[in-house]
Design a protein around this ligand. Structure first.
Ligand SMILES: C[S@@+](CC[C@H](N)C(=O)[O-])C[C@H]1O[C@@H](n2cnc3c(N)ncnc32)[C@H](O)[C@@H]1O
Length: 164
């Protein structure tokens, strides 16, 4: 009988300990993306990778913070619907955890965000969409939000094409 935890139980274990998994590292990428999270070991399709940790706040508090936060800090607020209401995980405060540093990839992400309920509270966790080899950047699709960098990347590619 295998003693390996299921991906869900692995996520619940890391949620409860409040610690990130081994096999992940932070690296500075460039001035556009800033930092990102990279694997140092192999992750298997379906495996739990990371929790997006932060403060769980309701719609009213999220709106208040959206009004007062600098744009850089707003980039760390993850909105989601739970039981028909809008909630936010606010990861603006740097608590040294890795989930808040995972970047957006809307075309070919290697992880997917799922909600895991522990003790009646929602937690946002990333699971591998496919096998991930050591050295790959961990990414997920932030959703259909209007992410300004998506058009910036397209613009830079167009400039590069027309320059050549
Ligand atoms: C949750 S943070 C991710 C960590 C961030 N890269 C950092 O160094 O702190 C989200 C912010 O990262 C940047 N970002 C995320 N994905 C990106 C991408 N694909 N291209 C460029 N910038 C990205 C944007 O500035 C976004 O507001």
């Amino acid at each position: 009988m295998s003693l390996r935890k299921s991906p869900r139980n692995d996520a619940i274990f890391h949620i409860s300990t409040g610690r990130d998994k081994a096999g992940l590292d932070v690296k500075y990428i460039d001035s556009l993306k800033g930092r990102g999270v990279f694997t140092t070991t192999h992750f298997t399709k379906g495996e739990f990778v990371l929790e997006y940790r932060g403060e769980l706040i309701n719609f009213l508090e999220s709106n208040r913070r959206h009004r007062i936060y600098h744009n850089n800090m707003k980039g760390f607020m993850f909105d989601f619907i739970w039981h028909g209401k809008l909630w936010t995980i606010d990861a603006a405060r740097d608590d040294g955890t890795l989930g808040r540093l995972v970047n957006d990839e809307h075309i070919n992400p290697n992880c997917k965000m799922k909600r895991i309920i522990v003790e009646g509270k929602p937690h946002l966790c990333l699971f591998a969409l496919r096998d991930i080899t050591p050295g790959e950047e961990v990414t997920y699709h932030y959703g259909d939000a209007d992410c300004p960098w998506r058009s910036k990347v397209r613009m830079l590619l167009l400039v590069a094409i027309f320059d050549n």
